[in-house]
Design a protein around this ligand. Sequence first.
Ligand code: SAH
Length: 460
Amino acid sequence: MIKKNDEFILEITDLGTNGEGIGKLTQEGEDKGYTLFVKDALIGDCVRVKVIKSKKNYGYGRLMEILTPSPFRVPAKCPVSRTCGGCQIMHLDYKEQLRFKENKVRNLLERVGKLQDFQMLPIIGMKEPYYYRNKAQFPVGKNKEGKIVMGFYAGHTHSIVDTEHCYIQHPLNEILVHKIKGWMEEYSVEPYNESTGQGLVRHVLTRIGESTGQVMVCLVINGEKIPHAQELIGILTAVEGMTSICLNINREKTNVILGDKVETLWGQPYITDYIGKIAYQISPLSFYQVNPRQTRILYETALKFAALRPGEVVWDLYCGIGTISLFLAQTASRVCGVEIVPQAIDDARSNARLNHMENVEFFVGKAEEVLPREYESNGIYADVIVVDPPRKGCDPELLECMVKMAPNRIVYVSCDPATLARDLNYLSGNGYRVEKVQCVDMFGHSVHVETVVLMSKVKE
Ligand code: SAH
């Protein structure tokens, strides 16, 4: 039996969902195979650990000493990378990060998805894995000395790490945050306090249109309006590219960041950005990928996998502001998108008009409700179905309906390989074969990875 304070020498062979090292005890005996999770240990490290918590088959260890460092350990550029929850594996060589992500996806597809004989294309990494994020979403608070802080949450907590310089953010995000902090200090605008529910400014959200240079700032507030709004507008409009300054009202005692209501303080309620040839309007409440260069690769892969022929009809589920839908509409005869957030569908419809695309139609609602409803009552048809769900993956009712609709091809874009593997397991047991898998790294230095999968209908 493994007990608290037991010590072991451990080879780290994997990384967990939060970037923690994972090793299994190899010493012969009843505990062989026992798994330990060790924060700050890295794949390839040989470490001495002390057990801090033990369960039946697994436990958590404290890293006491690195006996042999992983050959892939590198100095992290960022001094707060270990405390900040934003990046988890900055101390792993970037090439190795990519290899880790690709292996993770392959293993899950094989073990959980029970898939074999699929073609795994080499992961597409970033040319420059720094300063890539077009969006910042910083919580605002006070430190022990009462000074205003903005930054990231420390891993697994709600204490804010004041981020002076972030190595994965577009540099302009930092300038904006700095200016807003200055305004709050000068006019004594109170940050929101999570434990008391008092105070005004909860989060600062910034977005930059990489190809247009347009800038959006949205303050999430626990109130209806802000004091000294004109002064804030004066400060922010001095920034080149400022296009939209908004307020998002969130008066709930919740850790959900955004409320439902948005008010425009200055300029437009959206910014515009291009991916490839297509222009997109983006509102504060709409989802938009954070890494524009890799997004283009991701969408091009989805389009290539869809292999549309003239006359074909596509359903794009979880379509957000119609990003993938409009990419597909360049070739498809007709594209129908479904998305749960009404404001995103407003953006999607404007985006179709903006790009003069008349062969697209958008539906607001849950994909697992809209698709079955349209199929049962209107007998809709699809040659290709594209899905791009959030981390929890597709709802079983949606997968069932997709199988009934029997499209020739399914393109699954996923940000969580575990739920992807689960859903592919269902589809592969119901008449579909996984043809190709392409991982794209959108989130360098984090453990996350985006995957595009092509499935085709098995001919009876
Ligand atoms: N394809 C888009 C958005 C992908 S993110 C893009 O690449 O930009 C996933 C989207 O699914 C989000 O916009 C989210 O609001 C939406 N969503 C979440 N649950 C949903 C559901 N049950 N039905 C439809 N859309 C949903």
